[in-house]
Design a protein around this ligand. Structure first.
Ligand code: 5GP
Ligand code: ZN
Length: 111
C-alpha cells in the first residue's frame, strides 16, 4: 500500500520513533510546527477519523499523547492535540494521526 505512515510502521521509511506498542507508534514530525511536534499513529491503516468505531484505540491514542506530553516536559506548560480531516483542515496523509504540539504559545483560533 502506498501510504507513508504504513511504510514508517514497517520501517521501510526512516523516522525518529519515540514510542511503540502493539497498536500505536509515535514519531517526530519531519516538518515541525512547534518546538515539540509528535505524531501519534495507529498501526492499523484507517484513512479518516469518521471511518472508525474503534473508540478504545482512539482513547488509547489520547492517553499516549498525554504520556508523550509528560515525557517531553510540555504537560504543565501546555500542549495541543490536532486531528486534521480532509481538505479544508489540510489532511495531507490519508492514515489517521494525532498531532501533539507544544513548547510555545499557541494562537486561538488556529489558522
Ligand atoms: P496532516 O497534514 O495529514 O495533518 O499531517 C501529516 C504530517 O505528517 C505533516 O505534519 C507532515 O510533516 C508529516 N509527515 C509527512 N511525511 C512524513 C515522513 O516521512 N516522516 C515524518 N516524520 N513525518 C512526515
Ligand atoms: Zn497507512
Amino acid at each position: 500500500m502506498d501510504c507513508v505512515f504504513c511504510k514508517i510502521i514497517k520501517n521501510e521509511i526512516k523516522s525518529e520513533k519515540i514510542y511503540e506498542d502493539e497498536d500505536v507508534i509515535c514519531i517526530r514530525d519531519i516538518n515541525p510546527q512547534a518546538p515539540i511536534h509528535i505524531l501519534i499513529i495507529p498501526k492499523k491503516h484507517i484513512e479518516k477519523l469518521y471511518q472508525t468505531d474503534e473508540i478504545e484505540l482512539l482513547g488509547k491514542m489520547l492517553k499516549i499523547a498525554c504520556l508523550m506530553a509528560e515525557k517531553e516536559k510540555i504537560k504543565e506548560s501546555g500542549f495541543r492535540i490536532v486531528i486534521n480531516t480532509n481538505r479544508n483542515a489540510g489532511q495531507s496523509v490519508e492514515h489517521i494521526h494525532f498531532h501533539l504540539l507544544g513548547g510555545r504559545v499557541m494562537l486561538w483560533p488556529p489558522g
